[in-house]
Design a protein around this ligand. Structure first.
Ligand code: AMP
Ligand code: MG
Length: 338
């Protein structure tokens, strides 16, 4: 039967193969600085979609997000709100509302462990734009902590497209969710260009879809908290993922042998002191995963696992124990580990 295939037929088949090869998407790499870290994208751009066009949209969206919610920029919407006098109403954009809605959801679901109104405490402990850790000479006084806690009450904020400043000292801080949100936005930019195979990452928060350049599921590592770049504890293989990690090794300072991490427990007003070294969460969006990773870091291992089981969250925890790292994970995480 095969011998009956005509020469013309063979030519048509070869032509078809040639055409389908030339129409195959080309993987491109895009990267740059944003949000105090870097973004990295690997994406199979369909034929006719130029890297320059994608780059232009990426730059535009990152600029929008930073203009909306970067506390490191004085002219951003979040900084305008933070600096505003009591009684001021401020019109905010769609990105701001989206992040505020996610933040409110995780604030409520985590009983306040995640708190987007924690800006006063973050600044007090030297992790915000107002005072650097290097400038922080000593541990804040109990009075200063109590005052900053009073200014970190999230419920004193309303939102109907307009934000009302009810307390002049309240300061919003979206740092625990903005990178994840940024990944979601960049992933949408790619999908809008027809991209069906991509990996998007901002400072360790990751979204993937489809296949890697080798035609296989994307493989994402869970970093060792030892801060040795590239050293992995484990890895997950996924076609579609939204994943974020919080860790005590990412931003911290040490005074008198005591380790102070940039994650603050809103219930004590102090940097967390629990044995958790890193928390990785897989969720429906990277913004959600990012917010939950911070919330669970505040909760500590036991409560984090209880909450993960109750809400069916896929969570991978690495804790310090007797000078070593111990890993534990939730039932929903099992499906990703192979
Ligand atoms: P992440 O690396 O996503 O855990 O975010 C850490 C950053 O979020 C810190 O540098 C603070 O700006 C902010 N932050 C600290 N503690 C909290 C908290 N309990 N809830 C929300 N944001 C926080
Ligand atoms: Mg986070």
């Amino acid at each position: 039967m095969f011998s009956k295939v005509s020469k013309a037929g063979l030519i048509i088949v070869s032509l078809f193969l040639l055409l389908s090869c030339s129409q195959q998407a080309q993987y491109q790499h895009l990267s740059g600085a944003t949000m105090g870290t870097r973004y990295n994208i690997s994406a199979a751009l369909p034929q006719g979609v130029s890297k320059a066009a994608v780059q232009q949209q990426i730059d535009k969206q990152l600029e929008n997000i930073n203009h909306s919610m970067s506390t490191w920029r004085d002219d951003s919407l979040i900084s305008q709100f933070n600096q505003a006098a009591v009684g001021t109403s401020l019109e905010v954009d769609a990105d701001f509302i989206a992040v505020l809605d996610i933040s409110r959801h995780v604030y409520q679901a985590s009983a306040g462990a995640f708190n987007p109104a924690i800006g006063a405490l973050v600044d007090l402990w030297g992790f915000g734009p107002r005072l650097s850790v290097a400038q922080l000479q000593s541990i804040p006084s109990e009075e200063a902590i109590a005052e900053a806690m009073q200014n970190s009450v999230f419920s004193s904020l309303t939102n109907k497209g307009l934000l009302l400043k009810k307390n002049s000292n309240i300061r919003l801080d979206f740092s625990a969710v903005a990178k994840g949100y940024g990944v979601d936005v960049l992933a949408k930019v790619l999908r809008d260009f027809g991209v069906v195979h991509y990996m998007v990452e901002i400072g360790g928060e990751i979204a993937t879809l489809g296949n890697n350049p080798k035609g296989k599921a994307w493989r994402i590592g869970i970093e060792s908290p030892e801060n040795v770049r590239g050293q992995l504890i484990t890895a997950v293989s996924v076609h579609q993922a939204a994943m974020a990690t919080s860790g005590d090794y990412r931003n911290f300072f040490d005074i008198d042998g005591q380790h102070y991490s940039h994650t603050i427990d809103p219930r004590t007003g102090k940097p967390i002191s629990n044995p958790l070294a890193s928390v990785t969460v897989m969720a429906d969006s990277v913004a959600l995963a990012d917010a939950w990773a911070t919330a669970l870091t505040v909760m500590g291992e036991k409560q984090a696992l209880e909450v993960a089981e109750a809400l069916n969250l896929a969570v991978y925890l690495i804790s310090h124990k007797d000078g070593e790292f111990v890993s534990r994970y939730s039932t929903a995480m099992k499906a990703y580990l192979n």
